[in-house]
Design a protein around this ligand. Structure first.
Ligand code: BF8
Ligand code: SF4
Length: 632
């Protein structure tokens, strides 16, 4: 096992050494077993869309087979493979959102699924044109809005309702280029159809359809997921939390919540407050119940409740290896199928809860809105009863944790800006204008959304943290979500003290507004919060967001969801920097379309750059070019 790429992370070394002692297999062992990864797959030129194949065309033009059996060339094969990743990613985000909407449809005043942000319910209802949004009875309105939202997935006509949030100039681009997404399911289905054997072969046409499907994710599924979760569980406000494996407490019953959908996790957090369970835990010899989060379920719960962050994607095995987790509870997405077998090396119970993500190997407890709180109670009981089974000789929790600030929804950011504006000027309150103003004034040179996963192709967290540190040093304010946010949390960047790492301008802004230079905006569906924020800033000036000095960055991405995200960010006019090269290089034409040509019709493009320091240099040139073009 090569540990070179783990050097950056101090937790990893000890944790993996312990795994070895315990005879536990990790992702690093499996990565080594994979040996050299397939060059055809890496270049995107392997096609197994039909059973005449698999066909592999040459990743190097002019060498070897140039076409599959049906005649598809590298351009078509690469475009189709890439498009199908977008379809996978858009489906995952959007189907998650649909479950949130169903939960909203099941709300009742007497709970446990109830409306917690009524003002937002009424605001979104008014935005979507529901008559009587101000006056209707809360739950009648919630059910009406939920039904309307379900229509966004399958309505036969029209485009996504949230598109109207963008400035007119951007909406015009979408209309002109025919990338305004229609019903979410329709976009995914159409894309799967287009990329079926013997359908579209024109790579640009496939790219555009992929882009529209990505847009259905960002402005449809993800935005619905975020906004409706806020209505159900509360819009996040700034709060303190802590992060890294050290948040696991050897004296308590530790429950790890992992995945993406907050519906069950909310019930678990609610149920864990029950004094009966605390007493039960004490009777078993524990001091209490400690819920810790991972991946985006962790992000959802830290944003709304300050739940401690055990780590990001690549630490999911390390949590179990501490030997101190009584139960791992998972919902959907980014969960290693390896976890149940790893859990069996310890006393840990592994509980999967979604039929969409039933994971073989230990327990399955079927979650539904009707039984949600009962499911949560059962899970907590299992965890508490498992505490005495813990083997003290196997417990080793790295003594590393970092205080962190979380909870920066768009509303929370505006709230912080208001507090400054209110005391110092007569500017309008309740807007992002002060943020746009400091960018235009040059105090801040620009803004970056840093998002996405971990990937064993690179040093873990190194790219995230390097990009963030270098950008804030250069007065670029950063917002983060997903596993990038958790990397930032562990590195101490989500603190007020991190202002000391900033350039002079950003430091002053952090001091005046009382915010960290890197703001945790939530889970990966919450990249829709970033979209909303950027579009509000553009709206202040009445311009296309493509003109703003703003970039999107995914330094260590790995999932199909990240591909969908990158597409909707570019489609929204924001240049997007990818630290992991997507599997498209087998088609120089498609690569050029992504990295250059699409600039012409979308006003934005992708940039592939593995080296985070070189990436930052490129980003600074990009931001300064945008500033020059704006005359600021
Ligand atoms: O949706 S950043 S590894 S946890 S895919 Fe997964 Fe990637 Fe993490 Fe969240 Ni997003
Ligand atoms: Fe081969 Fe064409 Fe079938 Fe793909 S669709 S597997 S290239 S024959």
């Amino acid at each position: 096992m090569s540990n070179e790429i783990l050097n950056y992370d101090k937790v990893a070394e000890a944790s993996l050494a312990k795994a070895k002692r315990d005879g536990a297999e990790t992702m690093w062992d499996r990565k080594a077993a994979q040996k050299t990864q397939c060059g055809f797959g890496e270049a995107g030129v392997c096609c197994r869309i039909c059973a005449m194949g698999p066909c592999r065309v040459s990743p190097v033009p002019g060498k070897g087979a140039e076409r599959g059996i049906c005649g598809a060339n590298a351009d078509t094969i690469v475009a189709r493979n890439f498009a199908r990743m977008i379809a996978g990613g858009a489906s995952a985000h959007s189907d998650h959102a649909r479950d949130i909407v169903h939960a909203m449809h099941a709300t009742k005043a007497e709970g446990p699924f109830k409306i917690r942000d009524e003002a937002k319910l009424r605001r979104i209802s008014a935005e979507w044109g529901i008559e009587g949004a101000d006056t209707k009875e809360t739950y009648a309105l919630a059910h009406e809005l939920a039904e309307m939202a379900l229509g966004e997935f399958g309505k036969p006509f029209g485009t996504q309702r949230f598109l109207k949030r963008a400035p007119q100039a951007r909406q015009d681009v979408w209309e002109r280029e025919d990338i305004a997404p229609r019903a979410i399911d329709m976009e995914v289905t159409t894309l799967m159809h287009s990329t079926h054997m013997g359908c579209a072969s024109d790579y640009e046409s496939i790219f555009r359809r992929g882009m529209r499907t990505g847009m259905a994710d960002g402005w449809g599924g993800s935005m619905i997921g975020t906004e409706f979760s806020d209505i159900l569980y509360g819009t996040p406000t700034a709060k303190a939390s802590s992060s890294n494996l050290g948040v696991i407490d050897k004296d308590q019953v530790n429950i790890l919540i992992h995945g993406h959908d907050p519906n069950l996790a909310e019930m678990i957090v609610l149920a864990a407050e029950n004094p009966e369970f605390i007493e039960m835990a004490k009777a078993k010899g524990a001091k209490g119940i400690n819920i810790v989060g991972m991946c985006c379920t962790g992000n959802e719960m830290t944003m709304r409740h300050g739940i401690k962050i055990a780590g990001n994607f690549y630490q999911q095995e390390m949590c179990i290896i501490t030997g101190a987790i009584e139960a791992v509870v998972v919902d959907v997405q980014c969960i290693f199928p390896a976890l149940p077998a790893l859990a069996k090396k310890y006393h840990t119970r592994f509980i999967s809860t979604s039929e969409k993500a039933k994971i073989a190997g230990d327990m399955f407890i079927k979650f539904s809105e009707a039984t949600g709180l009962d499911n949560a109670n059962e899970i907590i009981k299992i965890a508490v009863e498992n505490f005495p089974n813990r083997d003290a000789s196997k417990v080793e929790i790295p003594d590393i944790k970092q205080d962190t600030l979380v909870g920066y929804s768009v509303e929370a950011i505006i709230d912080h800006l208001d507090k400054v504006v209110n005391t110092n000027t007569s500017d309008a309150m309740g807007t992002v204008k002060p943020l746009t103003d400091v960018i235009y004034a040059g105090v801040i040179r620009g803004a970056a959304g840093v998002v996405g996963c971990n990937n064993p192709k690179v040093e873990h967290d190194y790219a995230h943290v390097t990009v963030l540190k270098e950008l804030i040093k250069r007065d670029v304010i950063c917002v983060v979500t997903g596993c990038a946010a958790q990397a930032a949390a562990k590195a101490g960047l989500l603190t007020l003290e991190a202002k000391e790492m900033c350039g002079r301008g950003l430091k002053e802004v952090c001091e005046r507004v009382n915010i960290p230079p890197v703001l945790h905006m939530g889970s990966c569906v919450d990249i829709s919060r970033i979209l909303h924020l950027v579009n509000l800033c553009a709206d202040v000036k009445g311009i296309d967001p493509a003109l703003l000095p703003v970039v999107g960055i995914a330094p260590e991405w790995m999932s199909e969801k990240a591909v969908a995200i990158a597409n909707y960010v570019v489609g929204s006019g924001i240049n997007t920097y990818l630290g992991i090269i997507p599997q498209v290089l087998g088609s120089p034409n498609f690569t050029k379309l992504m990295t250059e040509d699409c600039q012409e019709f979308l006003g934005a493009h992708f940039v592939f750059e593995k080296d985070p320091l070189v990436m930052v240099d490129k980003i600074m040139v990009d931001l300064e070019d945008k500033r020059t073009a704006l005359g600021i």
